[in-house]
Design a binder for this molecule. Structure first.
Ligand SMILES: Nc1ncnc2c1ncn2[C@@H]1O[C@H](COP(=O)(O)OP(=O)(O)O)[C@@H](O)[C@H]1O
Ligand SMILES: [Mg+2]
Length: 259
C-alpha cells in the first residue's frame, strides 16, 4: 500500500539487552503511528528506553522484535531518509561548519553541493559562520549546525535525541521557536526525545509518555493548542499539569521499587 513520505508505524515492538548474561527487557509492546509532517515528542524518566527507541527508528540498533515500518516498508539499516540529531552535536572539531554540514553529501558535484550546503546554513540561521570551527560556536549554534547536517540529505524524517538538553534555559526557549520554524519550512516528520514537558508541549502535535522498567507507552496525549504556543496561557499550563501528573505516577512506581 502506498504511504505518503514520512509515515512511521511501530507495532508490537519489543527490545531486550543482555546484561551480565541476563536478558533485560528495555522496551515492551510499543505501538505508535506517526503521520507525514507530524511533530511527535517522546518523554519519560531517564533510563526508560527513549534513546533505545530512537536508535531503533534510526536503525542504529537493529536487533528487536515487532515491526518498524517507514512509508509502509520494514526498515533494514540506516538510510538517508532518516536524519538524526544527538544531544552532543558530534561535529568534527577540525572541520569548518560548512565542511561538517557537507560531510554526508557524497553524491553531488561541487557546485550543487555548495548550493545545498548554503541553503541549509541559511535555513538554520548560521550565515556568516560558514568558515567557523565548532570551538568558535555557542551550544545553540552547534546544535543548529548539527540540525543542518542532518537535514542536508533532505530526509523525510528527522529524529532528535534531547537535542537541547545541554543548553541553558533561555537558549532552549529560543531554539524551540527555531525548531518549529525549521519543521514548518521543511514540512517533514519530526520525532524528538526530551525529558522537558514544556518543550514537548510547545513543539508537538502529540506527546508519547513512557513508563520505565521496562519502557512502555503509558499514554499518548494530543496537543491541539494553536501555534505559535503561549507558554503562559491557561490551556498550556493545564496540559503541562496533566502531563506532569502522569510523570509523577511513574516516579511513584519507581520509588516503590527502591524501598
Ligand atoms: N547497549 C546497551 N546494553 C545494555 N543495556 C543498555 C544498552 N543501552 C541502553 N541500555 C539500558 O537500557 C535502558 C534504557 O536506556 P536508554 O534508552 O538510554 O534510556 P533513556 O534514553 O530513556 O534514558 C537503560 O536501563 C540502559 O542502561
Ligand atoms: Mg537517552
Amino acid at each position: 500500500m502506498y504511504q505518503k513520505p514520512g509515515t512511521v508505524k511501530v507495532a508490537n515492538l519489543h527490545k531486550k539487552f543482555v546484561a551480565k548474561g541476563k536478558e533485560v527487557p528495555v522496551l515492551e509492546d510499543i505501538n505508535l503511528s506517526v503521520s507525514p509532517g507530524e511533530f511527535v515528542s517522546v518523554i519519560g524518566q531517564s533510563g526508560c528506553g527513549k534513546t533505545t527507541f530512537l536508535r531503533l527508528l534510526a536503525s542504529l540498533e537493529t536487533d528487536y522484535s515487532g515491526e518498524i515500518l517507514v512509508d509502509g516498508k520494514k526498515i533494514n539499516g540506516p538510510s538517508l531518509n532518516r536524519g538524526v540529531v544527538f544531544q552532543d552535536h558530534r561535529l568534527l572539531p577540525w572541520l569548518t561548519v560548512e565542511k561538517n554540514i557537507g560531510l554526508g553529501l557524497k553524491k553531488l558535484n561541487g557546485k550543487d553541493k555548495k548550493k545545498i550546503i548554503q541553503e541549509h546554513i541559511d535555513l538554520v540561521g548560521l550565515n556568516g559562520f560558514e568558515n567557523a570551527h565548532p570551538s568558535q560556536l555557542s551550544g545553540g549554534m552547534s546544535q543548529r549546525a548539527a540540525i543542518a547536517r542532518a537535514l542536508v540529505n533532505r530526509p523525510e524524517i528527522l529524529l532528535l535525541d534531547e537535542p537541547l538538553g545541554a543548553l541553558d534555559a533561555l537558549t532552549r526557549m529560543y531554539m524551540h521557536k527555531e525548531i518549529e520554524r525549521i519543521w514548518k519550512a521543511e514540512a517533514i516528520t519530526m520525532i524528538m526525545v526530551t525529558h522537558d514537558v514544556e518543550e514537548a508541549i510547545y513543539l508537538s502535535d502529540k506527546i508519547v509518555i513512557m513508563s520505565s522498567r521496562p519502557g512502555t507507552i503509558r499514554k499518548i496525549v494530543p496537543v491541539q493548542l494553536p501555534r505559535p504556543r503561549d507558554r503562559a496561557s491557561y490551556d498550556f499550563q493545564k496540559l503541562k499539569d496533566e502531563v506532569l501528573a502522569e510523570f509523577h505516577l511513574d516516579a511513584d512506581k519507581l520509588f516503590s521499587y527502591a524501598i
